[in-house]
Every structure is written in C-alpha cells, then in structure tokens.
Design a protein around this ligand. Structure first.
Ligand code: NAG
Ligand code: NAG
Length: 229
C-alpha cells in the first residue's frame, strides 16, 4: 500500500471511531462529590447512577447524583446491583429498584434501568446458583421491569462472569441492551450471542471519578436509545 493510502485509511478509522462513540460514566456513593459539570464540559453526555442493591439497600448519593446529572444536562439512568440469592425475589428487586429511581420515562433524558450482574467477595462466585437458575433469575427481573416500564433493562456484565455464571446464555441477546465491562483498549469478544455492546465500560478509572463508559453510536443514536425509538 502506498504511504498516502495508509495515512488516509488511518485517518478515516480514527474519525469513524471518535464519531461513533459517546463518552459517559457510571458512579455510586463512592463518588459523593462528583463534578457533573466538569464531566459534561469534557465531553460526557450520559451517566448511569447506582440507585439500589439487593432487597433493601438504597444508595445514599442517588438523589443528589440524579438531580446534579439532570442540571448538568446529561442523559441519565439508574442501576440496580443484583443479589440473586436474597430475601427478595427477582420481581421484588425490580419493584424495589423502580420504587427508588430505577424506572423509565420517554422524556429523551432517561436510559432504561441497568441490572448489574456480578459477584461479591462474601458470596460464592456465582452466588451458589447453577447457570439455569441464574438465567431464570435474570429473566424474572427483566420481565418484571418490562411489565412495569415497557422497556427491557440493560444488563451489565463482564465476559468471564457471564460465561461462568450463565453458561454464556444467549437468552437476552435480542431483548436486553448489553453493558459490557471490559477494562481494556478494545471491546474484544462479545459474550452471550449479542451482536454488539450498547455501552462499553472500558475502565474503572475515570478522570472525574467512577468508571468510564462509551455508548456505541452517535449522540443522536444515544438520544433515540433513551427515547426507546
Ligand atoms: C466543577 O467543574 C466546573 C467546570 O470545570 C468548575 O467551574 C467548578 O468550579 C467545579 N466545581 C467544584 C465544586 O469543584
Ligand atoms: C458498535 O456496534 C456495531 C454493531 O451495531 C459493531 O459492529 C461495532 O463494532 C460497535 N463499535 C464498537 C466500537 O464496539
């Protein structure tokens, strides 16, 4: 290939990748004083805020995070950290999430809620559930969320957890948007039969605190996704 062609194709590739990814972030009560204005000024256009966990945990920063994200003009959404083994069933956890900020409205500024599927150090790796039980739990949460809000929740996971704890289930590929955690310079292989991630969590270190995310698409695509259209 001639040098001029090489540089042209590199330029095109660089342009395409910046044009088609919108920066954002996710945070929780670990970042109580997050500066939303500064994040917006640096290019962020969306955020995902922790609202609830398990059967009864409320993230104490959520109300202030939500109002400050709104004031900073960010498209925002909430997430629920799942406890698949708990006093509360999957449906009850979906209701709990919706009752505390996790619902969805078609105002163009609200992302569908995100179900955070991972493990905690104090429990067995897959919460002691078999892959079929885990898939059933996620399905129950997802169906309940859809019934209540009309949207399927986004599912947050990382490839190794999804493979080990759901048997790399493809049950959600056509319904639930994927938020893929992979802290690397490239998305890599997508688990669960999804064609692509909707949002990529590319790093657990973001300039202003929290985790760094990229929406896979343009800002117009992001707005359409929020609207559910
Ligand atoms: C947040 O960031 C904005 C824009 O960079 C800056 O003007 C403001 O002082 C910051 N606020 C705080 C509390 O640091
Ligand atoms: C974005 O999604 C498309 C499919 O819709 C996929 O082909 C592409 O690789 C994704 N982009 C990135 C940067 O992951």
């Amino acid at each position: 290939m001639k040098p001029s062609l090489i540089s042209l194709s590199l330029l095109t590739a660089a342009h395409a990748s910046t044009a088609s990814q919108v920066p954002g972030f996710d945070i929780s009560n670990w970042q109580p004083t997050f500066n939303f204005t500064a994040a917006y000024a640096s290019g962020a256009r969306f955020c995902i805020l922790k609202a609830t966990e398990g059967s009864d945990f409320l993230d104490k920063s959520f109300p202030s995070h939500f109002s400050r994200a709104t004031a900073a003009n960010l498209i925002r959404g909430a997430y629920h950290f799942a406890w698949p083994v708990s006093d509360a069933t999957a449906s009850q956890q979906a209701d709990f999430f919706i009752a505390h900020g996790g619902g969805w409205t078609a105002d163009g500024r609200t992302l569908p809620g995100m179900l955070d599927m991972e493990s905690v150090a104090s429990k067995p790796r897959c919460w002691g559930l078999g892959t079929g039980e885990m898939v059933a739990w996620i399905g129950e949460f997802s169906d309940r969320y859809r019934e209540r809000t009309t949207r399927y929740p986004m599912i947050y996971t990382n490839p190794s957890w999804w493979k080990e704890c759901t048997g790399d289930s493809a049950a959600f590929r056509d319904t639930n948007p994927l938020v893929l955690a992979r802290w690397a310079s490239a998305v890599g292989t997508i688990p669960g039969g999804w064609a692509a991630q909707t949002i990529w969590q590319n790093s657990d270190s973001y300039e202003f605190g929290g985790d760094s995310d990229f929406f896979n698409g343009s800002e117009e695509d992001l707005k359409r996704f929020a609207m559910g259209s």
